[in-house]
Design a protein around this ligand. Structure first.
Ligand code: ZN
Length: 158
């Protein structure tokens, strides 16, 4: 079983930290990989329910994430999807296109800076690589670098 912490670490490696994505609801910069309450096999943890499926998470800002979780607590399973649809439209409508565009430019700059940092680390490692270095550390780094490059290809999708 994957723990809550391990799952969130994996999400960051595969999809990058949420701060490099737009909030699924309002389009401002996200802060969390938010569990989407859509996995019938969700697991419990001290930090709340979570899923082992990476597809059960979306990037969300703290404000929308809280509204989402509040709605899940407040409404019946039948009513929940309708309330979510309503809240989502309201969250998007409350933010101007200018603010979304400004956040998008800021995210792009920080993603590029992070990629340069990782590439510099990779270059240093290549010159210093020893047999003692663990294969796990290398593959985690490669996975993360791939995520940053992949993310740049996805730009403009939203
Ligand atoms: Zn939001």
């Amino acid at each position: 079983m994957t723990t809550y912490a391990a799952m969130h670490k994996l999400l960051k490696q595969l999809k990058l930290p949420a701060k490099y994505s737009a909030c699924d609801w309002c389009g401002l910069t996200a802060s969390d990989w938010a569990y989407q309450w859509d996995d019938p096999n969700a697991l419990d943890s001290e930090r709340g329910p979570y899923s082992e499926n990476t597809t059960s998470y979306a990037p969300m800002c703290r404000r929308c994430h809280n509204a989402f979780d509040d709605a899940h607590r407040s409404y019946s399973p039948e009513r929940f999807p309708f309330e979510v649809a309503r809240l989502r439209v309201a969250a998007y409508g409350a933010v101007s296109d200018e603010r979304r565009a400004a956040d998008s430019r800021t995210r792009e700059r920080s993603r590029e800076a992070a990629l340069r940092h990782i590439e510099a680390q990779e270059a240093t490692k290549k010159t210093r690589r020893t047999k003692a270095e663990s294969a796990a550390a290398q593959s985690a780094m490669a996975l993360m670098a791939r995520g940053y490059r992949h993310n740049s290809l996805e730009r403009g999708k939203r």
